[in-house]
Design a binder for this molecule. Sequence first.
Ligand SMILES: Cc1cc2nc3c(=O)[nH]c(=O)nc-3n(C[C@H](O)[C@H](O)[C@H](O)COP(=O)(O)OP(=O)(O)OC[C@H]3O[C@@H](n4cnc5c(N)ncnc54)[C@H](O)[C@@H]3O)c2cc1C
Length: 288
Amino acid sequence: MKPSYLAPLTLEEALEHLNRRGETVRVLAGGTDLMVEIRAARLKGNTVPPALLDVSAIPELREIRMEAGHLHLGAAVTFHTLEHDPLIKKMVPVLSAAAAQMGSVQVRRLATIGGNVGTASPAGDGITPLTALDAEVKVVSRDKSRVLPLTDLITGPGRTGLAANELIHSFSLAFPAAPERCFFSKIMRRRAVAIARMNLAVQIRLVDSGMIQSSRIAAGAVFPTPRRLMEVEGLLIGQLPGKELFQACGRRAVEAMRVVSGRRPSMAYKEPALERLVVQGLEQTCGV
Ligand SMILES: Cc1cc2nc3c(=O)[nH]c(=O)nc-3n(C[C@H](O)[C@H](O)[C@H](O)COP(=O)(O)OP(=O)(O)OC[C@H]3O[C@@H](n4cnc5c(N)ncnc54)[C@H](O)[C@@H]3O)c2cc1C
């Protein structure tokens, strides 16, 4: 059976549908994950959702605005916009850098930041920079709204704490006090359109003396749920950039992964990959 298609033009209408239909409706944004999932379910003879609720045309969910030192990003903002919007490029460059490496031009035109978080892939290219930037997420239902750290919304690989009647509304990011340098890179099985095996987002502020004043680092597919690499950030603050320091950071990242994620078969490639990615990220960010 084909799912019925609902395309509300207001948030209120969308929340009313969600409230009434609960688990029988799936939220649809760009469809770049959900339509693939539905097609795969059909091919296997599994059930598909009876209804799709397309939220991509709701103006409130497409908004980008500055308010009280924070950038507010609607859940239906596409990766194409994240890549090109001048405000995002200037204030949170690591998010633009990540968006530019996501999928292909065609995918970026459709795929949204809310859908990336909704899918909650451990290596989601939007999730890692949002984690580095300590993003908060606003979640709404017909009767209430709540704001929580993004890292609390994602409860495991492919899992979020969203209730059936809730919608991701927007993300909020604090602006850095001064311009910061950034790096985003990912490791993939092949160079072309593919989901990352691991990714890394770095945003660093150097002061005139060359010292590292602040650092924000997050890695995707390294921990069971998104998390900043605070162990590494702590090594960097107040230091002058240098190869030995960065190598120590690479080793510290691997230690943190071992402690939090435990020993797994994938560690054989993940340990050297993470160490190298951290060193490369810091070298490129600091120009060493
Ligand atoms: C060819 C191809 C290449 C890709 N490359 C990459 C890549 O390089 N990096 C990467 O990270 N991903 C990649 N993806 C995966 C996908 O494009 C992203 O995860 C994308 O951000 C999903 O967004 P969407 O708007 O298409 O979500 P949809 O497919 O519409 O939805 C995804 C999930 O999120 C839920 N959802 C969507 N919006 C909301 C909302 N506002 N509130 C609550 N739940 C919501 C949906 O119900 C669904 O469960 C790729 C996909 C394809 C097909």
